[in-house]
Ligand binder design. Sequence first.
Ligand code: ADP
Ligand code: TRP
Length: 320
Amino acid sequence: MRILSGIQPSGILHIGNYFGMMKPAIALQNEGETFYFVANYHALTSLKDPKAVRENSRRVVVDFLACGLDPDRGAVFMQTDVPQVTELAWILSTVAPMGLLERAHSYKDKIARGMSPVVGLFSYPILMAADILIYDSDVVPVGKDQKQHIEITRDLAGKINETYGDVFKLPEPRINPATEVVPGIDGQKMSKSYHNTIDIFGDEKEVRKRVMSIVTDSTPVEAPKDPARSTITQLYSLFASKEELAEMHERFKKGGTGYGDFKKQLFEKLWEYFAPMRKRREEILGDKLYIDNVLARGAERANAIADDVMTRVRGAVGLR
Ligand code: ADP
Ligand code: TRP
């Protein structure tokens, strides 16, 4: 089974990225051959600062490896090290119905948030489909917000297969129901664009401050509180054992404890959870050549497959 996913270097990785995509992707390393890449071509749709594109791209690799990605078990690489994906994106665009892309939620959301309606933003799902199809991927672990992009990928693969015979495998999304949507500190979906994130590798003071500013209602300390609707318990459930979570729920219902104390408890748990990863991150940062080596090996493995698939695609459509 071939497993593939990508993450945009459009900002600093947060715990929504971790539980929604990175943790399941890391776990899947035990189930098949993995290909994980930094989607730096995609990031150009939102990030226009070259220094930030370069720095974030590298930082995503460091952070993902620190969280447990094993570069000996699967390929870790930069999207731009396999430039054939842009060629495949062009070929896919020749069968992509306008209507299919016009229905894409992520495009509509981005426009609604004030981004310019440029062609790259519109055709973003075509490049993503190329990323997936160029490795004959079977499974794509992503957060729920990417599900439609995988459906578009399947549609485009289907269009090519209808037109040119059996060229592509149809990939399946893999979405972890337990962490479909991790809430941010304001209770909405955690996202860089909503400025409501808690970073995985933020410094202690900053992370504490973010946790302490989780939005709550104004129930007084002594009154019972509803654990089911609280962002604090939702986030705590990601880090705590079943028993620890049940205990927090009880204390919510009993009253007598203020939200501030629950937030402190959440912070301690979260900080402890990422401690081994912070340590690993320091080791990685101490080895200057490590990242370059990982990316070079990853690019080699990715290119070997992409070259084969592109030979097949060019043959099928008549470019060879
Ligand atoms: P952001 O919304 O912060 O820009 P991205 O769109 O770059 O995050 O998401 C990268 C990956 O992390 C995707 O697979 C996405 O589904 C997942 N992800 C992002 N935010 C969340 C969240 N709040 N809950 C679950 N998964 C998430
Ligand atoms: N669009 C994805 C996101 O924002 C990133 C991405 C690009 C991706 N290409 C991909 C994810 C291929 C999975 C497979 O999170």
